[in-house]
Design a protein around this ligand. Structure first.
Ligand code: KIV
Ligand code: ZN
Length: 508
């Protein structure tokens, strides 16, 4: 009998808390909407007790998405459970997710608790959460390195006090598929009351997905995963890999998910654009090379019958290979139709802005491909107010002089202009912007790549800048790479200003 495997997405919690993957409120909401369209069963929206920003994000996601369960994480502490419930209470389907470690190493060095104390905290916290919210999930952190009998005792305590779901975690990515399947089967067999069995696998040994899939064969009901596999350290099991393994090997797993597979690629691109972390080209399912066939012998086979070298059709995951090329004379109707085919859903206002950008681009670039369109629309759902806008720039550089940038920005109806030097054109431009916004941002990371091939290709620059408050990511797009670099920096500055506006001021 085939069974449904529930997909519990933790991109906005485990993923978001990992280095370089943080998102602001608008970005989290955009991603949450994407996950709802993807039809995941549960969205873990954050850890409300960790900060007022996280609380607000969970609260807003809880009221925005309607179909999936909205979960939020907390430790086994009454005040955190209460805060979590406050953030979740307006959700159509709220779930409190309590976590408490069970391995001896965590008990001794992190929690400084005895096993008896852990059992008591499990009982008390689950009962309290249950008094607030019908749906409670209990996670045993570091479950795979815990003593089995004790782990079972903890899970039994949780289900006996009202937990509807238990979460078997491989927190440090230590397990192997055989061991993990064995553990899941053991817990399932001995659990004192029926409960949904969730698994949460990390990828430290590159076995996150394999462990999660092995757990399905051993009776797990729910898989916790993240888009593009982002997450603590080496990340979590990748959602798109789990979903497509189950989809492609349905007979083998005797299972299915309700995820809309044709939105896997758009979801991956949306996340990558929000956090500014590129997807490696060889990444399974969503990497740029996942459906490319380079070797002659492979191409020959593919031409004769795609199944010779393709186990998944690219369209199934939302990768459209028959590129319809749009150009200067393409109308709005064709543009909107293409957006829909690519799996993006934009508001009327966003369509207007995107179409304007498309027209601007078609003046500078002859053929506009799907990749170009995606690049134009990617920031739409999380665009920031453009407090500072680029008016114009002139940069002189070469090997015999230091670079000079003349930068003109627009700010609140005024023009701001300055000149700066630097030991390269980009550094000179970024210094000039710092001068105009009167704030010293430091450049932590700079990445450039071309969106498509050809000498009129769009250049996409992603920067990470930092000040005393936090790190922000910015993205810029232009056929001119210096312009793309400046737009990326300004995008990051505008994000920082939107958050901490009072700290910055324009040059007078
Ligand atoms: O890795 C882990 O154990 C977790 C828990 C908080 C579920 O992320
Ligand atoms: Zn985790």
């Amino acid at each position: 009998m085939e069974k449904q495997i529930y997909i519990f997405d933790t991109t906005l919690r485990d993923g978001e808390q990992s280095p370089g993957c943080s998102m602001n409120l608008a970005e989290k909401l955009e991603m949450a909407r994407m996950l709802e369209r993807l039809n995941v069963d549960v969205i873990e929206a954050g850890f409300p007790a960790s900060s007022p920003e996280d609380f607000e994000a969970v609260e807003q996601i809880a009221t925005t998405v309607k179909k999936p369960v909205v979960a939020a994480l907390c430790r086994a502490r009454k005040e955190e459970i209460h805060t979590t419930y406050e953030a979740l209470k307006n959700a159509v389907h709220p779930r409190i997710h309590i976590v408490l470690a069970t391995s001896d190493i965590h008990l001794e060095y992190k929690l400084r608790m005895t096993r008896e104390e852990v059992l008591a905290a499990t009982a008390e916290s689950v009962a309290y959460a249950k008094s607030l919210c019908e749906d409670v999930q209990f996670a045993a952190e570091d479950a795979t390195r815990s003593d089995r009998e004790f782990l079972l005792q903890v899970f039994n305590t949780a289900v006996e006090h009202g937990a509807a779901a238990i979460n078997i975690t491989d927190t440090v990515g230590y397990s192997t598929p055989e061991e993990f399947a064995d553990l899941v089967a053991y817990i399932r067999q001995h659990l004192s009351r029926p409960a949904l069995i969730s698994v949460h696998c990390h990828n430290d040994l590159g076995m996150g997905v394999a462990n999660a899939l092995a757990a399905i064969r051993a009776g797990a009901d729910q898989i916790e995963c993240t888009v593009n596999g982002i997450g603590e350290r080496a990340g979590n099991a990748a959602l798109e890999e789990i979903v497509m393994a189950i989809y492609t090997r349905r007979q083998h797993y005797q299972a299915f998910t309700c995820v809309a597979t044709s939105l896997l690629y758009p979801a991956s691109r949306t996340l990558s654009s929000i956090i500014g972390v590129p997807v490696p080209p060889n990444k399974a399912i969503v990497g740029a090379n996942a459906f490319c066939h380079e070797a002659g012998i492979h191409q020959h086979g593919i031409l004769a019958n795609r199944q010779t070298y393709e186990i998944i059709s690219p369209e199934t995951v939302g990768v459209h290979q028959t590129q319809i090329v749009l150009g200067k004379h393409s109308g709005k109707h064709a543009f909107i139709e293409r957006l829909e085919q690519l799996g993006y859903e934009l508001t009327d206002l966003e369509v207007e802005t995107a179409f304007e950008k498309f027209k601007e681009l078609s003046d500078r670039k002859k053929n506009i491909t799907d990749r170009d369109i995606e690049a134009i629309i990617r920031p739409m759902g999380h665009s920031v107010p453009e407090e500072y806008q680029l008016d114009s720039f002139v940069i002189n550089c070469g090997t015999v002089i230091s670079a000079t940038a003349v930068m003109k920005l627009r700010h609140c109806g005024r023009e701001l202009e300055t000149v700066s030097r630097g030991n390269g054109p980009i550094f000179a431009a970024y210094r000039a912007i710092n001068k105009l916004v009167r704030h010293d941002f430091f450049l932590d990371d700079y990445n450039i790549q071309s969106v498509t091939e050809g000498d009129d290709a769009l250049g996409e620059v992603v920067v990470r800048i930092r000040d005393e408050h936090r790190t922000v990511t910015g993205r810029g797009l232009s056929p001119d790479i210096l312009e793309a670099s400046i737009l990326a920096y300004l995008n990051a500055v505008n994000k920082a200003v939107a958050r901490h506006g009072q700290e910055y001021g324009p040059a007078r």
